[in-house]
Design a protein around this ligand. Sequence first.
Ligand SMILES: *Cc1c(COP(=O)(O)O)cnc(C)c1O
Length: 402
Amino acid sequence: MRKLTDRSAAFIADEERFGAHNYHPLDLVIEHAEGAWLTDVDGNRYLDCISAYSAVNQGHGHPRIRQALIDQAQKSTLTSRAMRNDQLPRLLKKLHDVTGYGMALPMNTGAEAVETAIKLARRWGYERKGISENAAEIIVFSNNFHGRTTTIISASATAEYRRSFGPFTPGFVFVPFGDADALELAITPNTCAILIEPIQGEGGVIVPPEGYLKRAWAMCKEHEVLFIADEIQTGFCRTGEMFCVDHDGIRADIMVVGKALGGGFYPVSAALADESLMSLFQPGDHGSTFGGNPLGSAVACAALDVLIDEKLAAKARYAGATIMQALRSVASPQIVDIRGRGLLIGVELDRPARALSYALLERGVAAKDTHERVLRIAPPLTINDDEIAYFVNAFRGAIAAS
Ligand SMILES: *Cc1c(COP(=O)(O)O)cnc(C)c1O
């Protein structure tokens, strides 16, 4: 059982007193993180099964990424795009080599990259597809999560994300996730794009029915609609392939990436597309002061190298299959469903998952509820056999106790 002292309590009190309460964090105050392990200010250790929502697929404090950060911090850190720097071209070329897309537009947070994709799709709708001005529609899905900006929450169907934040950006059409027929009915001549997560992460690790993504993609081709894949959480090896859409053998017209692109060190995101699309952006149309800065670019290059050199997609496949098999052998009336792909796993309970989350914390595992009844299990992809066994043991104990 973990021991908490007044040190933890003091940090928590200050955070509550001086910070906005826009999160409901677990009560553990991390001081140190390495690999798959977190250490709190009282010296308790936890296996991290949150991985900063998949932003640390490479494991905490990866030495290669850390060294790239330190080296670059001693050279140049921020130039703005008013001039060029020697790191951004490295990142752009590497993104091309890793993803196959012709071009990338670098931003910082995931939400900014989603905004970029929305702008690109709308512009394409007007200038290429011939949709009349301000009539473009983007189809989005029930239960989606794409970030927190005012436009993005306009594309959200979740009341909690929207309450008292209107008026909203128009131009979004909602259809149920996983229902191909509903999608087909929703497409009109004004549809410029669909914006979709290949697996809904925040929505509770919802894996769509077999063949759904491929059908949606084919519909887009047929009706001249762009397919925008939000791979911010599912991308970069998390689901056992470099990108989640790779499981279905489809290629999005625009792909949005973030989170693990920064290796847990620095926010780096990007919208990816081929030149024919990306050339719709002209100087002055869009930008970001920090986007494409040398420090972030150097970090992202190292983060991509680690994913490939350490074969983290294969590791996620193996570790995910091992954990999934172990979870399926746990007999508990609480468990309603176990689902996921690679190391993005959801355990749905018949009750709120908070109690299980705290029972795990007491056993040295940090995992959090999402969408109330789902426990998301998403450790760093570097997790080894001993750590897997440690997790499974803690899970058995926690589910029996909660
Ligand atoms: C986290 C996430 C975002 C938003 O990224 P931020 O960096 O928090 O802005 C968007 N889409 C998906 C699928 C995500 O998981």
